[in-house]
Design a protein around this ligand. Structure first.
Ligand code: ACO
Length: 331
């Protein structure tokens, strides 16, 4: 009998501070109508300046471990997806390992920007299938507020902070991850950048205000790529498994813009009701957005054991990918 890998437990955590579109109106030349119409976002959660991102990551991880019915000592590997690590070293995964007391776990970060959670669960699946590890914790942990130019209306209205986590392990054959696909095209990488240890003259020129260590993106290029790549990835996992869109209960995309979700629905020829959205209340939380949405879906009992769902990510890198899951937990 073939081994299957699935999600055993899920959790999330958001900062308490809410930043509304009306708050942003007081900070930059923007307005609620523009933000709502162009993005679907009403508000987002923001960490305090003094608070590191790992704090929400730790809470999300603890909730996922509890919901899996195991303890932190049972975890063999921690994979954190983040493009906003608190430190370049140590990794956020090592910090979370320390904070939750997962003393026997190996730990590393994955940076695939907004596709990070799809990359993370795909890597986790390989370790479990190979027999090397039994329980892998994957955490999407992000603090975009710390890399935003709060004077740049093109980007500061789009993002938020938060974390979502999942524990993966073996499940009943035929359930869990049925197909997964990850991809990248580094030749398009300059369309969304966050500087690390190095910056070119071009990077500096693009950032028009004093703070240069901030996100920059070509919004319309990323938008077109996102619709195309997400639709292709969803179709690919379905085709590779031999399943049709009619068999899928929900598609859970990375939450970047409601118009991107409408574009994906149109390209896939599905009703927008099939595309799950939390964009209005949290904005774009990069790699945390998919596990945040999944946690809400589970808590609100919007899926049942046996339902097929597809999670699909796209973002900086550029990267993209999708995972087809037959939900394996009785809720
Ligand atoms: N308020 C008011 N006006 C604004 C604002 C704002 N917050 N932001 C931009 N504008 C203006 C622009 O200056 C422009 O004005 P102009 O015509 O006078 O020059 C006008 O609105 C239209 O701007 P566009 O960029 O054409 O607006 P568009 O409809 O393309 O929406 C957006 C922009 C929301 C950024 C969209 O392109 C988008 O969502 N792109 C994808 C972003 C994404 O998915 N990122 C994911 C990857 S990010 C990552 O990996 C971290």
């Amino acid at each position: 009998m073939n081994k299957s890998v699935g999600i055993l437990g899920i959790g999330s955590c958001l900062p308490e501070k809410v930043l509304t579109n009306f708050d942003l109106e007081k900070m930059v030349d923007t307005n609620n109508e523009w933000i709502l119409q162009r993005t679907g976002i009403s508000e987002r959660r923001i960490l305090d300046k003094e608070s590191p991102a790992y704090e929400v990551g730790v809470q999300a991880a603890k909730r996922a471990i509890d919901s899996a019915g195991i303890t932190a000592e049972d975890i063999d590997l921690i994979i954190v997806s983040t493009e906003t690590p608190d430190y370049l070293a140590p990794s956020t995964a090592c910090i979370i390992q320390r904070e939750i007391g997962a003393s026997k776990a190996a730990a590393f970060d994955v940076n695939a920007a907004c596709t990070g959670f799809v990359y993370g669960i795909t890597v986790a699946q390989q370790f479990i299938l190979s027999g090397m590890y039994r329980y892998v914790l994957v955490v999407g942990c992000e603090a975009l507020s710390k890399v935003i130019d709060w004077e740049d209306r093109n980007t500061c209205v789009l993002f938020g902070d938060g974390a979502g986590a999942a524990v993966l392990g073996t499940v009943e054959a035929g359930y869990g991850i049925l197909k997964t696909y990850i991809s990248a095209d580094g030749s398009l990488g300059q369309s969304v950048t966050i500087p690390g240890c190095h910056m070119t003259e071009a990077d500096i020129e693009k950032r028009i205000h004093e703070n240069k260590k901030v996100i920059w993106m070509d919004g319309s290029e990323v938008f077109k790529f996102a619709v195309r790549a997400a639709a292709q990835a969803v179709q690919k996992v379905l085709d590779d498994y031999g399943m049709s869109m009619d068999d899928v209960k929900l598609i859970i995309p990375h939450q970047a813009n409601i118009r991107i979700m409408q574009g994906i629905a149109k390209k896939l020829n599905v009703s927008i009701e099939k595309i799950y959205s939390i964009i209005h209340k949290y904005g774009n939380v990069s790699s945390a957005s998919i596990p945040l949405a999944l946690d809400e879906i589970v808590r609100e009992k919007k899926i049942s054991k046996g339902d097929n769902i597809v999670v699909v990510g796209f973002g900086g890198g550029l990267t993209w990918g999708a995972t087809l899951i037959k939900w394996n937990i009785e809720i």
